[in-house]
Design a protein around this ligand. Structure first.
Ligand code: NAP
Length: 315
């Protein structure tokens, strides 16, 4: 029986683990991929204490700190959460059933899919949702980037330094990214903009070989030979796992109270998966701090104790 199981091993999950472990809560982190969404970033220049730090360095520093406090980190996916009659939770992964007195959901957001033929089939065989992770595999090759926000612009810029040719495909003729980044992209000789355009299909034998691109203004279709397709069309909250246990908004983001607790006592949520306009690492860490302290307080009160979060803690 854990005092706290944290689902998600990004900055929010790591921060919550630090606070929980320092309050001697038996804590487990379960995450699909160490670092969460941080693995999609490159250099991070707005995390206090580091003028600039790579995504890998930041997450490895966080996980070292967490492990030194005795927190276990498991790589796995929680598929089901149940609240039991005794008030505790059962969590089911493909392999295990785990028990916890409190649970924190810190799973961030997931990449939005295009839902076109070939996307799923070639996922990991040329279709990628992370230019920073997979970009190096495309040295001197031809790649397409889909999307019109900062993520797509950033991906196109990063890939232009590695690939021979980058096609940036956007469904409108205006981007919703930073002007400076857009200028950088427009100035690259190896980035071709395909505007008012949509990918209709990704094809190939065993890996991506071609894409069918439709110009929605002229209704003309073009086949483009590419080795990779980077899909950067925003992120969504994948929160069906707690559909019965928490209120959600129209974007499936979780609604919480001021202590980051959901409508289910003992079930907390923090970070990008929670409803909020601004999504930043520092915000996620701050929310996770509140959630971890609130989980500690929740257990203290349940045991008939004072509920003072700082009374016996090594803070
Ligand atoms: P975003 O700003 O929501 O942009 C998503 C883009 O994908 C939009 O251009 C949208 O088209 C397009 N799109 C959505 N669904 C599509 C579909 N089914 N088919 C084709 N295109 C589709 O998402 P984002 O670029 O991932 O950025 C998310 C947030 O992170 C933003 O606030 C962004 O500024 C921030 N960010 C910041 C940095 C940075 O600071 N360097 C880097 C990356 C991201 P429409 O334009 O037509 O809606």
């Amino acid at each position: 029986m854990y005092d706290l199981i944290i689902i998600g091993s990004g900055p929010a999950g790591m921060t919550a683990a630090i606070y929980a472990a320092r309050r001697e809560m038996k804590t487990l982190i379960i995450g699909k991929e160490l670092g969460g969404q941080v693995i999609w970033a490159s250099e991070i220049e707005n995390y206090p204490g580091f003028k600039s730090i790579s995504n890998y360095d930041l997450i490895s520093k966080m996980s070292e700190q967490v492990k030194a406090l005795g927190v276990e980190i498991k790589t796995d996916e929680v598929q089901k959460i149940e609240k039991n009659e005794d008030g505790n939770f059962s969590l089911f992964t493909s392999k295990d059933k785990l028990e916890a007195k409190t649970v924190l959901l810190a799973i961030g957001l997931s990449p939005r899919r295009l839902a076109i033929p070939g996307e799923q089939e070639f996922s990991g065989k040329g279709v990628s949702y992370c230019a920073n992770c997979d970009g190096p595999f495309y040295k001197n090759k031809n790649v397409a980037v889909v999307g019109g926000g900062n993520s797509a612009l950033d991906a196109a810029e990063v890939l232009s330094k590695i690939a021979k040719q980058v096609y940036l495909i956007h469904r409108r003729d205006e981007f919703r990214g930073f002007e400076a980044l857009l200028d950088e992209v427009k100035n690259k000789t190896n980035i071709e903009l395909l505007l008012n355009s949509e990918i209709k299909e990704i094809t190939g034998a065993n890996k991506v070989e071609k894409i069918k691109v439709l110009n929605i203004q002229t209704q003309t279709e073009r086949e483009v030979a590419v080795d990779g397709v980077f899909i950067e069309v925003g992120r969504i909250a994948s929160t069906d796992i707690i559909a019965d246990l928490a209120e959600r908004d129209e974007k499936n983001q979780i609604l919480v109270d001021e202590k980051f607790m959901t409508k289910t006592p003992g079930l907390f949520a923090a970070g990008d998966v929670v409803r909020g306009e601004f999504k930043q690492i520092t915000i996620a860490c701050g929310q996770a701090t509140i959630a971890a302290l609130a989980a500690y307080q929740y257990l203290q009160l349940k045991q008939g104790k004072s509920g003072m979060v700082f009374d016996r803690a090594k803070h």
